[in-house]
Design a protein around this ligand. Structure first.
Ligand SMILES: C[S@@+](CC[C@H](N)C(=O)[O-])C[C@H]1O[C@@H](n2cnc3c(N)ncnc32)[C@H](O)[C@@H]1O
Length: 335
């Protein structure tokens, strides 16, 4: 078989495997087996499943090192199943199970139709723009926040370590979610003060700042970054914000930030910077993902230059973060 056929067939079967792993996480199988191996009937009873399909799910996953069946027909945890547990620091559960991952699965089913029509796949699947939907569905919003925090957890220490935040008195994280990035920065730079800005329902419980005990060094402001953001910070961060939006919306956000930025202020956009051409780049996969969810886009350096110019900023430098992060810090100053 040609390499091309083998590759495509492999990707096709991986799609079902991904759904199988997500189903196992959602059923809580790894949590149930944390106390020890269980027979399928007992496990099915515990997880609210039917024994035969559950057995076939586990048999499939066991062939990939996720769970293992013993000689007595009982299933047990393996190292490969540990990330499905919801109670471990290395848990992948928030990306696999819960309201937000379910929304994503249904969204991807609309990809072809969205490409034909130009619709946003999420809106076809769920009847509302992504952030409007989350604002109206608190459980989905909380599930999304947990997934974001998980993705960001490896990035935040890298960002704090690879950029000199000590130069800035106040760092404002615009759309900063639960405050994880500010927690990493304030934790590393004791002189810096933080300002966390996000939608009122998100800013309500900045779990990561609270957990780090850094709330007293941080002002919390709820609002809409299309309307305005608080003035006077020395550095404005926009991490994984511009990629959520199309160019007109991204320029509107940048204009809000520009209006708040004094002459000596700086902007650091932390986002994917796509390589031009055919080079393999995980950020191109991310581009398709964000197109389907929000109608946003990842951008090349040239596209950032154009966005900045339209909002009154000038690009200073693009600093790729060290692996495993795939994002870059894109620095700009007022024009
Ligand atoms: C993709 S998340 C990024 C969160 C965080 N910066 C990170 O990198 O983990 C986008 C954030 O933008 C916030 N957001 C969306 N629309 C907003 C608006 N109109 N005004 C303020 N924040 C908004 C969301 O609540 C969410 O926290």
């Amino acid at each position: 078989m040609s390499d091309a056929r083998a590759f495509i067939l492999d990707v096709r079967s991986q799609a079902l495997l991904a759904q199988a792993i997500a189903s196992a996480a959602a059923l809580g199988i790894a949590d149930a087996l944390a106390a020890g191996p269980m027979a399928v009937a007992e496990l099915a009873d515990h997880c609210g499943a039917k024994p035969d399909p559950l057995c076939r799910l586990l048999r499939t996953l066991a062939g990939h090192g996720i769970f293992a069946e013993d000689d007595d027909g009982r299933f047990a945890l393996t190292d490969g199943a540990q990330p499905l547990r919801s109670d471990r620091p290395d848990s992948l559960y928030p990306l696999l199970a819960g309201e937000f991952p379910s929304l994503v699965w249904a969204t991807f089913g609309e990809l072809e139709a969205a490409i034909r029509t130009g619709d946003v796949a999420f809106e076809r699947a769920h009847g509302a723009p992504f952030f409007d939907y989350l604002a109206a569905n608190p459980r989905a919003n909380a599930s999304f926040d947990r997934a974001m925090a998980l993705v960001a957890a490896t990035e935040h220490p890298l960002i704090a370590a690879s950029y000199d935040f000590a130069r800035f008195g106040t760092v404002a994280d615009i759309g900063g979610g639960q405050g994880g990035l500010l927690a990493a920065i304030l934790g590393r730079y004791p002189e810096v003060r933080g300002l966390l800005f996000d939608q009122p329902q998100v800013i309500d419980e900045p779990a990561e700042l609270q957990a780090a005990g850094l709330l007293e060094r941080c002002e919390l402001v709820g609002g809409d970054f299309f309307a305005s953001v608080p003035a006077g910070a020395d550095l404005y961060l926009l991490k994984r914000i511009l990629h959520d939006w199309d160019d007109a919306e991204a320029i509107a956000i940048l204009r809000s930030v520009r209006a708040a930025t004094g002459a000596g202020g700086r902007l650091a956009v932390i986002d994917a910077v796509m390589r031009p051409g055919n080079a393999p780049d995980p950020n191109k996969d991310l581009d398709l993902n964000i197109m389907a969810l929000t109608g946003g886009r990842e951008r090349t350096e040239a596209e950032f230059v154009a966005l900045f110019a339209a909002a009154g900023f000038a690009l200073d430098a693009v600093r790729p973060l060290p692996p495993p992060a795939t994002l870059s810090i894109v620095e700009a100053r007022p024009q």
